[in-house]
Design a protein around this ligand. Sequence first.
Ligand SMILES: [Zn+2]
Length: 483
Amino acid sequence: MWKKIGLIILTVVVVFFIATITVTILQKTKQPEVKKVAVAIDEDKALNHLSQSITFQTISYDDRTKINFKPYDEFLSFLEKTYPHVYDELDVKHINDYSVVFKWKGQSSDAPIGLMAHYDVVPVAKGTEKNWEQPPFSGIIDDKYVWGRGTLDDKVGVISILEAVNHLLAEGHKPAQDLYLLFGHDEEIGGDEGAAKIVAYLEKEGIHLRYVLDEGGVIVEDMMPGVSESIGVIGIAEKGSANATLTVEGSGGHSSQPKDVTTLGRLAHAISALEETQFPSDIQGPTKEMFTYVTPEMSFGYRYVFANQWLFKPIIKSILLDKPATAAVTRTTIAPTVLTAGDKTNILPEKATATINMRVIPGDTLDSLKKEIEKIIDDNQVQVHVEGEVASSVSKTDNAAFKEIQQAILATHDNTVTTPYIMIGGSDAKHYQDVADDTYRFLPIAMEKDGLERMHGTNERIEKQAFIDAISFYVTLIKNNMN
Ligand SMILES: [Zn+2]
């Protein structure tokens, strides 16, 4: 009898292992085959161009009246002087004075593509200037780096795309399809005067793009447990940004005889309920897709866990929820940012409001978020109002466009694999949803470990080789377009 039970347990265990290990072994790589390419670039010349581009202080401010447009004009003249061949051969159109659209006529106009970038930069935070190892607008080139604001975000995009086109023109290349270069001038403050106006122009001209490629994901090391290669993360969507305003109104009164629950107390209670509960998290949409790309590249132990999500999902979720950056790809996040109540120390405020900024994953709507908040707070004295933007559409990965981007990354970067993902920040790409079949977000830069902190922070810089490889990426991508 015991022997029989033992045998049954043993059989179940063996079958379980065979099944889960088979699933693990059968994980097939989703990285396309490529031949490595070497693009002969005049490196010193290109590095100097990037360096010079940094010296123009094209700083955008949320308060648009503070923007000094003189450096913007000078930057555009610098481009014209630096890339005369590009300006001669391509049609150039300035949109809303400072954004630029280049059109390189191809052999066909059926399925044009657009390469995007922006040349405005964020300001250097007051008081941090002295922490820079090189002045932020110096563009200094040393043994290993080019320094300054915009070397990562995103003059590097503008300059490497122009270098690539310049290189291909010199080679006598003619694109298979029309190619558009789409350079915005106000990405850092939302793109309403740049990208949005370019899109209006494209719509008016009846131009519909097969895809656009904007900045976004980069090539990062140690991103995923069990993957030894660097990972090129290609944004196929970006989260939305919406605000919930919570309002509590009461009778006020003097602070010498308060009620047990004040308007402020009630509001505080609602906020802590939201923080304690959080929105539901799940491995779904672009995040689920990311794991189908990275799992086959993992070492056996991790691959075993990630390939058998039906069994290990709770563990995987708890790993992701452990860090804010990875938690953010599993759910809509909540961040209380603004509180307004009271202006006198001895008066109970009649009204208290809180703003909760939410970064919205695909699938959540303003209405569903409002309902979820009301459910969590569970207090009908708290009024909830939600407004803002939901997530972008999710672009395809099973098409030629995504594969071309993957191939260009793999052909120009060693020890690298690729994956789709959802961007948790915003980009100009969201404006293009109606004029392009797909919108991708990827900047072909192999990032230093702390590069993402440098990006809007102190000591922004780029490794020289990373910039040269970025030019090779764009050369390869343009050459392979529809070929
Ligand atoms: Zn940017």
